[in-house]
Ligand binder design. Sequence first.
Ligand code: SF4
Length: 192
Amino acid sequence: MQVKVNGFVVSSDVLNKRFRPCNFRTCGNGCCSDGALVSTDRIKKIKKILPKILVFMRPEAVKMVKTKGFYINSRFSRFDLDPENEHYFTRVVKGKCVFFKYTAEGSCVLQNYCAKNNIRPNYKPPGCWSFPIDSVGNRIVVVKWKGLKCLEDSNVKNFPPIYKSCREELTDFLGRKGYRELLKKVKKIKKN
Ligand code: SF4
């Protein structure tokens, strides 16, 4: 089952799979272990706040950023990425993105800094914000399946399907009206 709304195809994984709401302290932030996709636009923004956020980062990340920069040199490409920008992944140090650090407020230094300083939209990369869903072309899909407790079937039986638990993220892709339309279409399909 997949559903078309507002030019997007919402994949069957989004409609059927379940997601355990994030508990980063118990899962060890597996979703931050590969780094994050950042466009040159976002890189410019992050560079502006970088001197101020170094103090909140892990010492090993600061060392990495000072010597090599916060993103890897090889360019990443995918058919649907904005051609006006180049795209790169943030660097990983000791198994986590350079912007990762456990704190009481959360574990993304970019997110925490922007939230505290009222910087909107937040500089947290879009794929991190919408996790575990993302758009690839016109498809909305579930990303990063393997090794994440929040997405493992055995851990998530009692939680709602992703299209319900990620209402806010889906609304961002589809709009409020589009999200309501999605709910209606899914309800109709489930009845039949
Ligand atoms: S940018 Fe933030 S949320 Fe995204 S991978 Fe890095 S630490 Fe995690």
